[in-house]
Write a protein that binds this ligand. Sequence first.
Ligand code: DAH
Length: 343
Amino acid sequence: MDDLKHQVEQIKNQFLHKLDLAQTEVELENVRILFLSREGSIPKLMHILKELSPDDKRHFGPLLNELKKESEQKFEEKKKKLALEALNKAEMKKTNFDVTAYESKMPKGSLHPYTPVIELIEDVFISMGYKVAQGFELEDEFHNFEALNIAKNHPARDMQDTFWIDVNRLMRTHTSTVQIREMESQKLPLAILSYGRTFRNEATDASHDFVFMQVEGLLIDKNVSMGNLFATLKIMLQGIFQRDDLDIRIRPGYFPFVEPGIEVDMACPFCTSGCSVCKKTRWIEMGGAGLVHPNVLKACNIDSTEYSGFAFGFGLTRLVMLKYGINDIRLLNSGKLEFLEQF
Ligand code: DAH
């Protein structure tokens, strides 16, 4: 009879082992057929019971019954567990996928070349106490022209060929519009930096696009001087090109919203004696600047006898092209992956 006891023990262990291994409904069904079905090894053991003597029956009956009951119970538990797991998996697929667990085989993304340059400029100006201001790409005539001392019929309007949306609204031709919006709405003194898209009705080629980016700065306070402006521009360009020996050159320039107005050149960061980037001149044109014209202050209800200020507007697109040696402006808005992947 030790033999029977050993058999019970063996079947029980085999059953538990196979049950443990079963991970799908099919595998579970195989375990059922092997151990619990009419032809399975547990009911077969029960048949042996009939042939035993009454004494042995009394001894083995409870043992076999317990094996049967316990096996069936363990089987049901496992069945429920597998069903629940299958349901959870299906639900996860439907509603819930963990983005952080996703390991993509796709190449990783990269920053658009504008982004690191914008970050460098923001760092420079925020460290000097400037605030970053946003304006509108769709503007009205007052903010794009009139308040900037460019009256209707003023020939300076021809300098910026414009996309008019209707008689009063246009796509802004420069970021100088943000100066006006900030002077109108903010308390003085005022120090703002702004950048964004600007629009001009241009035929496109490698160095012209009808959408491009500008960066604009404005400081309004008491006793602001040209010296403050020069120092600020130098710090900005040195920050962008990460060089502390980069010089600037000033030439007189005309912009209706500043007096005096200047054109700003930067010493070529790529050479010391002339190269193809600076066209052998050693200087690269960066943009315009000057002291804010009293008419502009007046248009924003600022007393020009008490306050003065400087402003500048540079081509951000141009700065980015220079910094990364991009030779076709159209690439920047092209969305071409071969181009973007380089940064
Ligand atoms: N808005 C001018 C342009 O787009 C650039 C400019 C010149 C901006 C002088 C200024 C400035 O703030 O003072 O051509």
